[in-house]
Design a protein around this ligand. Structure first.
Ligand code: ADE
Length: 259
C-alpha cells in the first residue's frame, strides 16, 4: 500500500519508522511518504492559513495551498494502482482514498480500518488550527476521488497528525504480512465477533497473591474456550454495554444466553 501524508509537522510522523510499521516499510509492504505542506506555500513566510470567513476564533487552512499540494501528491505515484489521475481526470485502476482526520468526521472504527486496508493508496491530509477549508474535500469528491473525513473519537486534538498515526497503524497492521501471526487480528477486541477480547495472563501462575484461573492450566481446550468466552461477555457487558446491545443475537449460543 502506498501512503502519502501531508502535514506542516512532517517530523510528527517519524514514529511510523518504529516497530511493526517500520518493519513493514523496510520490507516494502508499505510505501509511506511524508510531505511538508509548506513546500506548496508561495510567500516568504510560507503561509498556509488565514482568518475564518465570517469571523470567529482561530485560523483556517487555505484551499489554494492544499489544492496544489494534493494535486502534486495525486499526480505522483504512477507506479501504484489508484494513482496518478489520467489526463482526462479519472483515476487509474485501483482504489485511492483521500483521508482527512477531523473531529467533525464520521467515527473511525475497526470496520473502517478493515475497509481502508483494501485500498491501494491513501493520501492523508493533516489539518491544524480550525481545520482545512471545507471546499477542499468537496473539490476532490467532485473530481471522483473517494474522500473520507474521519474522527478517532469524541475529543479534540490540536491537529490531524496524531489521529493520522492512529488510523495508519490500525489499517497497516491488517495488511497481509505486516503481523507475524495473522490469527491475532481475528481474535482481538473489536473483531467481527463484536465482543472485547478475553483477559490475557501469562506465567508466573501465582503472583502477589493473585492466582491465574485453574482452567487455563487444564489443557482442556473446549473448557478454556468456554471460560474465555464467558469472561469476554462479562467484561464487555461491564465496560461496553453499547457493544452488547449491538450484538447480533445469532452470534450468541445457548450457553451465552444462559450466562
Ligand atoms: N483532529 C483534531 N481532533 C481530531 C479527532 N478527534 N479525530 C481526528 N482528527 C482530529
Amino acid at each position: 500500500m502506498r501512503i502519502d501524508v501531508v502535514s506542516i509537522f512532517p517530523a510528527f510522523l517519524d514514529v511510523l519508522d518504529l516497530s511493526l510499521i517500520g518493519r513493514a516499510r523496510e520490507d516494502g509492504l508499505i510505501d509511506l511518504r511524508v510531505h511538508d505542506l509548506r513546500d506548496w506555500a508561495h510567500d516568504r513566510h510560507r503561509t498556509v492559513d488565514d482568518t475564518p470567513l465570517g469571523g470567529g476564533a482561530g485560523m483556517v487552512m487555505r484551499p489554494d495551498v492544499w489544492g496544489e499540494a494534493l494535486d502534486a501528491v495525486l499526480a505522483d505515484g504512477a507506479e501504484v494502482p489508484g494513482g496518478p489521475e489520467t489526463p482526462g481526470g479519472a483515476l487509474g485502476a485501483g482504489r485511492a482514498v483521500l483521508l482527512i482526520p477531523t473531529p467533525a468526521g464520521e467515527v473511525f472504527t475497526q470496520r473502517t480500518a478493515e475497509d481502508l486496508a483494501g485500498a491501494d493508496r491513501l493520501i492523508v491530509a493533516c489539518g491544524r488550527y480550525e481545520g482545512i477549508d471545507s471546499r477542499v474535500p468537496r473539490h476532490y469528491a467532485a473530481r471522483g476521488i473517494e474522500v473520507r473525513e474521519l474522527s478517532i473519537g469524541d475529543y479534540v486534538l490540536n491537529g490531524g497528525e496524531a489521529a493520522a498515526i492512529v488510523m495508519i497503524e490500525a489499517i497497516a497492521r491488517l495488511l497481509p504480512g505486516v503481523l507475524g501471526n495473522p490469527a491475532s487480528v481475528v481474535e482481538e477486541s473489536h473483531s467481527a465477533l463484536g465482543l472485547l477480547e478475553h483477559e490475557a495472563l501469562t506465567r508466573p501462575v501465582a503472583w502477589r497473591g493473585l492466582d491465574a484461573p485453574e482452567v487455563l492450566l487444564s489443557g482442556d481446550h473446549a473448557r478454556i474456550a468456554r471460560a474465555r468466552r464467558d469472561e469476554a461477555i462479562a467484561r464487555t457487558a461491564a465496560r461496553r454495554p453499547d457493544m452488547i446491545r449491538a450484538l447480533d443475537p445469532t452470534t450468541l449460543d445457548s450457553q451465552d444466553r444462559a450466562a
